[in-house]
Design a protein. Structure first.
Length: 344
């Protein structure tokens, strides 16, 4: 059996439980509800870290409560984009609402290996982002916290928050100025960068003119899409709902390369030994927990959880334990969590 066929079989093994289990999952005090589909008026926001040329959907596409003068993006630059509100354990309206409901509703990915995916061996959601979401829920609701996980496509993360379909999104979401016009972010919990993924035998070398004439895949609404819009390098850009779709397109010969965060690309390379990362990261991609822009008390509470999660630095805190469990095999050169930056 060829490597390509074997890997496609493995991918089907990963994705089959997802398709079969799209209803309610009660295991481990968590519930998985069906993927949020875009409705009328839903859209996507791209944008590299504050690039002026980054495409941004008109604010009205997200309904009432669109961007205004109070937007935290005022004064945002690529240098300070990762700043957030100082942590606090005090309850405010958003935290009280979650406690009254008795469950935390979190938008996640369910098909990104190592980050947020359905483990075919257990049928449960697992990954670095899933562990973080559970830690946030436990801090707000206690050790037996109920978490409702909603699978959210890349381009529906912001609409899901603005329409309050979820309390937060924990889904490898880059903090940048374009997005901060529409939602609020925690401090950064991981630092990545855009990079190219391509077959090992490919003539593609990096995010450069070796992409000319190639079919390059990226997720709609991602920072990769924004970078390709700004600098296509002569490539033909193909967009899909989720990054894993790009790996499948690559394996089927429908794409020549993928542009995505290096953290996600490394996970895809772990699934397919025929592909590899090309060149070096060419953007700054700090991941944050995203929330509705009105929920400032929840932002401060999540930042308090992240402070606790980073405890121990590069030694043996919760963040490092999660890193060693999920990411170290594919991203071995990370010495510790990113340091928080505050705006107040």
């Amino acid at each position: 059996m060829s490597v390509r066929r074997r890997v496609l079989g493995n991918l089907r093994a990963v994705l089959a439980p997802v398709a079969a289990g799209m209803g309610v999952m009660a295991a481990a005090a968590a519930v998985l509800v069906p993927t949020l589909a875009g409705g009328p008026g839903d859209g996507a926001v791209g944008g590299g870290a504050g690039r002026a040329s980054s495409p941004v959907v008109t604010h009205g596409a997200y309904g009432p409560g669109s961007a205004s003068a109070r937007s935290p993006a005022a004064g945002c630059t690529p240098e300070n984009a990762a700043e957030s509100l100082r942590p606090s354990s005090e309850d405010g309206p958003a935290v009280a609402r979650i406690k009254e409901r008795g469950q935390l509703v979190v938008g996640v990915d369910q098909n990104t290996y190592r980050w947020g995916y359905r483990d075919p061996a257990t049928g449960k959601l697992a990954g670095f982002d899933i562990d973080l979401a559970r830690a946030i829920a436990a801090d707000i609701l206690g050790p037996d916290a109920k978490v409702v996980f909603k699978a959210v496509p890349t381009d529906q993360r912001i609409p899901a928050l603005r329409k309050r379909r979820v309390d937060m999104v924990v889904r490898t979401m880059t903090i940048n100025c374009a997005r901060k016009k529409l939602v609020a972010f925690s401090t950064s919990y991981f630092q990545g960068g855009q990079q190219v993924l391509a077959p090992k035998t490919s003539a593609v070398k990096a995010f450069d003119d070796s992409l000319r004439g190639k079919r390059v895949c990226t997720a709609a609404g991602s920072t990769g899409e924004a970078e390709l819009a700004a600098r296509p390098h002569g490539a033909k850009v193909l967009t899909v709902p989720n990054q894993l779709d790009c790996l499948v397109r690559l394996q089927l010969g429908q794409a020549d390369a993928v542009v995505t965060d290096n953290a996600l690309a490394a996970a895809q390379a772990a699934q397919d030994p025929a592909v590899e990362l090309k060149g070096r990261p060419f953007t700054n991609e700090p991941y944050g927990v995203a929330m509705n822009e009105a929920d400032t008390d929840l932002v401060r509470r999540v930042n308090k959880v992240l402070d606790d999660y980073r405890a121990g630095g590069a030694s043996d805190g919760p963040w490092m334990r999660a890193y060693r469990k999920w990411l170290k095999a594919d991203l071995p050169d990370i010495s510790g969590p990113p340091s928080p930056e505050y705006s107040d």
